[in-house]
Design a protein around this ligand. Structure first.
Ligand code: SF4
Ligand code: SF4
Length: 80
């Protein structure tokens, strides 16, 4: 597997929670190692990008496919 030597690729990726798909089960919040996820029970949760370390644990845990990995890179490529 080829890895980005500069680490820049990782910086362009971020996890987001879909407000529409999140049922507020709190499963992601419980597994997040940096407590980057906030939200009340049965309310859509949000990820604080400032403290998210992009480990992916939340996306693996979510059974409702409410969390996805986004990339700014794709957006900039599509814009060109
Ligand atoms: S695990 Fe999924 S559905 Fe549950 S609170 Fe997190 S994002 Fe929402
Ligand atoms: S990717 Fe990891 S650090 Fe970021 S919100 Fe999900 S569980 Fe927390």
């Amino acid at each position: 597997m080829i890895k980005c030597r500069s680490g820049q690729c990782r910086n362009l990726l971020y996890y987001v929670i879909s407000e529409e798909d999140c049922i507020g089960c709190m499963a992601c919040k419980r597994v997040c190692p940096t407590h980057a996820i906030s939200g009340e029970k049965k309310e859509p949760h949000v990820i604080n990008q400032e403290i998210c370390i992009k480990c992916g644990a939340c996306m693996e845990k979510c059974q409702f496919e409410a969390i996805s990995l986004k990339s700014d890179y794709k957006v900039s490529v599509m814009a060109n």
